[in-house]
Design a protein around this ligand. Sequence first.
Ligand code: HEC
Ligand code: HEC
Ligand code: HEC
Ligand code: HEC
Ligand code: HEC
Ligand code: HEC
Length: 422
Amino acid sequence: MSIKRSLLGVSFRVIHLMVLFFLFLGFQAYAVDPEVPDSEDAISAGQSIFNANCKTCHRLDQKLIGPALRGVTDRRELDWTKRFILNSQVLVQSGDPIAVELFEEYNNTVMPPMDFLGEGELMNLLAYIEYGDKAEPEAAAAAGDAAAGAEGGSAGGIPSEYLTIILVVLVIVLILVLVVLGLIVSVLTKYMNNSDKLDAEDKEFINQKTDYLAILKSDGFIVIVTTIVLAFVVKTAVDGLYTVGVQQGYAPSQPIAYSHELHAGQYEIPCQYCHTGVEIGKSANIPSANICMNCHMHIQNVGGQEGISPEIAKIYAAVDNDQPIEWVRVHNLPDLAYFNHSQHVAVGGVECQTCHGPIEEMEVVYQHSSLTMGWCIDCHRNTEITTRGNEYYDKLVQLHSESKDALKVKDIGGLECAKCHY
Ligand code: HEC
Ligand code: HEC
Ligand code: HEC
Ligand code: HEC
Ligand code: HEC
Ligand code: HEC
């Protein structure tokens, strides 16, 4: 009897515990239940916080220095995620198993504390992490559609493959016409020769052959041919002279196989992260090995290969031996010309790509523009300057508004020799 009762007691206790456990699970589920906002405002506010504080190390759908972040509120508790973002090291040092495992998985890389973020900012950040940039594939698809539409639109004209077919048919028809004409001529000649209404002189005229050799030897022919050849030679020589010192397309191979396509394109690292001078000084600067090491301290190879990549090992060697990496200069104006980056990028608002071409698609950098004086001058003649919000220009704009033309770089002295020449 007593055994029965104690058994009953134990099973009650087990049931009791199980109920508590399920209640706990239910509460957990409730707590995780995403309260993450999904409004446009929250997402775009979150995006600016992300770009300013997280983008150097994180992407939404791609592993960079830290993990890909989308879905983090599904795989972790909301509260944990927030605490991790505010100060991950506190969690790691408290021995939180998930935090410790992550920290080890990422080679003990310390994620800097973000404790300046308020609760609202954190929620916006998470909104962007979960819902941000989702529109991108759709936008790309829409762009694809638009392109397809444009192709469809050009079908209103004659598509190129039809043009070739039409050309081929025309050539065949022409050849046929020539053959038929030849046949008619020979039939007619035969007929005329057989006819006895013609005298000897007419017959000679009918049977005469064209004397090509005489034409080739004639003075007129020789003069025409020599003129054409001479004109061609002179034109090539003059063109050649104009391109002396012009290095458009120059693409030297570099000591390290550094790729802009990978860094600036695929991983969207901002140009200014490495070329620190573009907005503040004359020269754009080539980054020192230390800047590379901000990331390559942790990234030693590509796509999960074993060991250190030989190219990245060269960065380590440069840092260890305190030797600068000897990059080969691509763009090079002669000493007599003065070019200032901040003047163009920060004040003029000119995009890097306008002058340097699609750098973010280049495996190896090449010189996109000619960098001749004509190139500078052409742009200064045609480019309007952005005067908005720049008090320096207020007077000028006012004076200029009396004439009808927009204010171009040439109007502020962009064609004066001394502005570009020392
Ligand atoms: C210096 C690089 C760096 C910066 C900047 C950075 N993180 Fe991290 N983050 C990491 C690393 C590395 C990890 C992996 C865990 C570790 O090493 O501690 C990580 C992990 C995380 C995790 C955990 C992911 C998971 O799968 O559990 C979250 C969430 C996170 N970061 C959010 C952010 C947010 C939000 C910001 C910006 C406010 C940010 N991080 C800025 C490097 C960084
Ligand atoms: C991770 C660092 C990094 C980033 C980001 C980066 N660059 Fe570079 N860039 C370099 C290095 C290193 C070189 C020198 C080696 C070479 O020419 O490839 C260089 C060379 C160049 C050159 C040629 C310089 C010369 O020798 O005349 C141009 C132009 C340039 N970068 C433009 C850009 C632009 C535009 C962007 C942004 C779209 C960008 N870079 C982003 C590191 C970077
Ligand atoms: C902001 C982070 C960051 C900076 C700064 C950076 N890199 Fe990288 N680099 C990466 C990432 C990410 C990869 C690709 C890793 C992968 O695909 O797994 C990479 C890959 C490379 C590779 C390819 C290695 C191989 O074996 O193909 C080379 C070479 C390289 N970087 C050189 C440089 C140099 C030189 C600099 C400095 C001028 C530099 N990186 C600066 C993030 C960075
Ligand atoms: C108006 C045209 C123009 C724009 C815009 C421009 N550049 Fe340049 N860039 C040049 C010229 C010209 C040179 C050659 C300068 C020289 O030899 O003195 C150059 C040289 C460079 C160099 C080689 C190092 C140096 O400073 O001479 C780098 C790197 C570079 N540019 C990066 C950039 C980046 C990054 C941007 C955008 C943020 C940019 N440039 C925008 C025209 C331009
Ligand atoms: C893609 C267009 C573009 C090209 C190419 C270009 N510039 Fe400019 N440049 C500008 C703009 C825009 C400004 C006006 C910036 C401002 O608002 O003050 C400017 C201004 C200047 C100024 C200052 C003029 C003044 O009176 O304040 C100088 C000097 C200059 N550029 C030199 C050069 C040289 C040298 C080259 C060729 C190596 C060059 N630029 C190529 C667009 C260009
Ligand atoms: C917008 C900037 C700009 C202005 C304004 C400008 N130049 Fe130039 N000039 C250049 C650049 C850049 C070069 C170098 C071109 C090259 O290397 O192909 C150059 C080259 C030259 C050269 C050739 C030098 C040589 O060794 O090849 C002469 C001469 C020259 N400039 C004279 C002038 C005179 C005179 C004026 C005024 C009427 C003037 N420039 C105005 C930018 C300018």
